[in-house]
Structure formats: structure tokens, C-alpha cells
Design a protein around this ligand. Sequence first.
Ligand code: NAD
Length: 311
Amino acid sequence: RIENVGFIGLGKMGSRMAMNLINSGFKVSVYDINTDAVKPFLDNGVIVKESPLQIAEASDVVITMLPSSSYVLDVYTGPRGLLKSGSPMRPWLFIDSSTIDPQTSRKLSVAVSACALKEKIDQWENSVMLDAPVSGGILAAGAGTLTFMVGGPKEAYLGAECLFLSMGKATIYCGGAGNGSAAKICNNMAMAVSMIGLSEAFVLGQSLGIPCRTLTKIFNSSSARCWCSDSYNPVPGVMEQVPSSRNYHGGFASKLMVKDLNLAIASANEAGVHHPLASQAQEIFDKLCKEGHEAEDFSCVFRHYYGGRDE
Ligand code: NAD
């Protein structure tokens, strides 16, 4: 049964995802520590709660969309958290769509199941968790065309598909707890490297006298085509509605890219996998952040690291 959905984390992604759930007819209540993030929901008559615990008490399913692992841990296990001991645990399903490390996803999945058993409230005894990070960025979040990569119990995944498809166009089941998070950090590792490679090629093109608009047409019908070239172009003026064409405002912050590369590198180290390009990408995005571009979209690497010019 999915009627009441609680949504925590109304930032660039979460606000758009929550709106799509509301537009699909779910009864949504929301929470965010930032009052500015909550205001548009309050103005639209959406129920706003005052803590994760209150969200848990009012929801069949809770979705979290938070910056990183420590925020997610706090929202789940903090003093007024979703799993606050002693509270009647109402949700049967917890979905975390934040990009975090697979180890934390697995730890939380165990904590949810342990909490459900401890509370011994019949209908919620089988509460479970899915890690369901997304790919697609803010445009896809707004358009409801995200891709969800999901780890956790398969029955819960099937039961939650209607929610995923209200916010996205595709869901991919990745296996047990933590596997959605593992898939996501691999995706972002590849995306970071491809954005840097593309920027480097564009700047070479500019210095050889080929406009980026022309190079984009070539790449998009040739073997260099990638998401960064055809959907998220880093050159200001080549595509409308992407962060590069609004001074790298909004989008996927460079500091979040550093976070994801750190997660990928930590997992690669643990698995004994070589990662020379991920390390180099981490250094480049870290440098951008230290130079004051941490809130700008990660495609700003084209302008600030390579000195690329507008079209
Ligand atoms: P954001 O910083 O815009 O939003 C995070 C929100 O969480 C903010 O509104 C913040 O106030 C809220 N928050 C922080 N601590 C909280 C707490 N304790 N309780 C309640 N709310 C709290 O970030 P975003 O860009 O929306 O990204 C969210 C997640 O999605 C990240 O893990 C990111 O890596 C991932 N992601 C982002 C994009 C993107 O393009 N922005 C794409 C895919 C995945």
C-alpha cells in the first residue's frame, strides 16, 4: 500500500521529485532543515513536518534525497530521526535516493530491518529499505525522466515501481542492498572523466579554429558522442537550459562531484582496483572547489580549468 509518501531533502533534485509525486496524486508530506526550501511547498498547501520522526509517523513510504552519507545517517538515526527508537514505526518502506557509499546503504538497510523487528508492530515488522540513487540531473528531475538504480529486496522494488515511474522514466534493479549506490558511483566516475575529456577536446578545437557548436554536431553524430556532449554540453551558448548557458548556475555542484569521486576512489581502493583517471578527475574538481567554484555546476571545468570560451 502506498498512499502517504514522506519526502526529506527538498534541494535542487528533491524539490522537483517531490513535486512530480504530488502531481501524480500521492499524498506527500515534506521536511527540510532549510526554511527557504520548504516555502514553495507550504505556499502550495503541502503538509510540512518538523522532523524526520514526524515524517515517519505520517508515511507509508519515506524517500530521502540528501547531500551525502553523513546527512543520511543523521536523518535516519539522529535524535529526531526516522528510526528513533520507541516511536511507532509506520513506513513499510524507506527509499534513499541520495548518492552515498554502498557501505552506508548496507548499514542503514540492516538498521531499518533491526528497528522493525525491535518495535514488533505487526504490520510494520517487515519494514525494508531500498537504495535508489538517480541519474539525469535537474532537468530530468523536473521532467520526471530520471533513471533509478535500485538495490535491496526485489519484492520491495516491485512494490515501489509506481513511485519510481512517477519521478523517472526507467528503473534498473541492481541486486541486494547497497548495489544501487555501487552502480551510481561507477556511473558518476565515468561521467566525471567524460566531462573532463570532452572539455579538453572542445578547448583544443577552439584553439584550432573549430567552433564548439560545430564540434558538438560532429561529436553527436560520431564516436565521441556522450551524455555530456548531447544533453549537458559544458560550452556556454551551445545548448539551452543546461547550467553552462546560465553561468554554471544550478545543476550538479562541483563539490558533489568531488564527494562522488571520493566515494568511487574509496571503493576502488577497497576492491584493489586501479583508478588513475578517477584520481586525476578528483584532483581537478577539488582544485575547482578550492578556487571558489564549489557551488557551480561541474561542467564549469570547461571554463575554469581549461579556460574554454563561450560560443
Ligand atoms: P542540494 O544540496 O540542492 O539539496 C539537498 C537538500 O537537503 C537541501 O535542501 C538541504 O537543506 C537538505 N538537507 C540537508 N540536511 C538535511 C537534514 N538533516 N534534514 C532535512 N533536509 C536536509 O543537493 P541536490 O543537488 O539536490 O543533490 C541531492 C543528492 O542527489 C546528492 O546526494 C547528489 O549527489 C544527488 N544527485 C544530484 C544530482 C544533481 O544534478 N544535482 C543528480 C543526481 C544525483
